[in-house]
Design a protein around this ligand. Structure first.
Ligand SMILES: *Cc1c(COP(=O)(O)O)cnc(C)c1O
Length: 235
């Protein structure tokens, strides 16, 4: 990993700005800012960046790769035991055990075989993590996530057949689409399935996501600055 710290990045200041924007968007939509959790996405940034957010009092973080999180987080977690860590990237079945040892939430439950593996490992180990079903709202072939037409059945299977603690849904809208259409679709799927949590919105569109009901926004660049290019689009 490239470990160039950018000391000029004012992470505490960025946190304050992003939180103020979340509060403004929530209030504009008649919601309480407390309903929205800012998940700070530290992927591809060194532990030093993340530590500065921890020192500023932040506790909710996202990582997109199990290996990277394992390299970065055990030490930080020991220093800040009340951290809540979200896995937001694709999860391979052979990493399910390690993922459940490290993460408090898995936001990328996207296929039946992974759902089964998670259920079996939760049963075996007693490590449970909040699950979000990832929905491929843009039906993009290169992107993971369950198709909207299959979502109701998959959510039902995860909850009722496998007993997974399904809290909500997650989506990553297509790059060049109007994100609000995707946020509205995700909200509708959650509503008709009685799910309370919506993880949607990133640096480019988190204000819009909050207006459309996001309970979790996943923000990286606006907090930590640009990622090293080799890792920018992974996950
Ligand atoms: C990288 C990533 C983010 C954060 O993206 P930014 O545009 O840097 O805010 C959010 N969600 C997922 C799934 C990601 O992989």
């Amino acid at each position: 990993m490239v470990t160039q710290l950018a000391p000029e990045t004012d992470i505490a200041g960025n946190l304050a700005v992003v939180k103020a924007r979340i509060a403004a968007a929530a209030e504009a939509a008649g919601r309480s800012p407390d309903e929205v959790t800012l998940v700070a996405v530290g992927k591809a940034h060194p532990a030093g960046h993340v530590r500065r957010a921890l020192e500023a009092g932040h506790r909710d973080f996202g990582e997109n790769r199990v290996d990277e999180a394992e390299a970065k987080w055990p030490e930080l977690r020991a220093a800040y035991p009340d951290v809540r860590l979200h896995l937001i990237g694709p999860l391979q079945r052979n990493k399910v055990r390690r993922a459940l040892e490290l993460f408090d939430a898995i936001e990328s439950v996207d296929r039946p075989r992974l759902a089964r593996a998670l259920a079996e490992e939760m049963e075996r180990s007693g490590h449970r993590a909040d699950c979000f079903i990832q929905v491929n709202t843009g039906e993009e072939p290169q992107k993971s996530g369950i198709h909207p037409a299959d979502a109701d059945e998959f959510i039902g299977a995860c909850r009722d057949d496998l007993g997974l603690p399904v809290r909500g849904l997650m989506c990553i809208p297509p790059q060049d689409d109007e994100p609000s259409l995707h946020f509205a679709l995700l909200r509708e799927i959650a509503r008709r399935n009685g799910l309370g949590d919506l993880s949607m919105g990133m640096t480019a569109d988190f204000d819009v996501a909050v207006r459309f009901g996001a309970t979790h926004v996943r923000v990286g660049t606006a907090l930590f600055g640009p990622r090293p290019p080799f890792n920018r689009d992974r996950g």
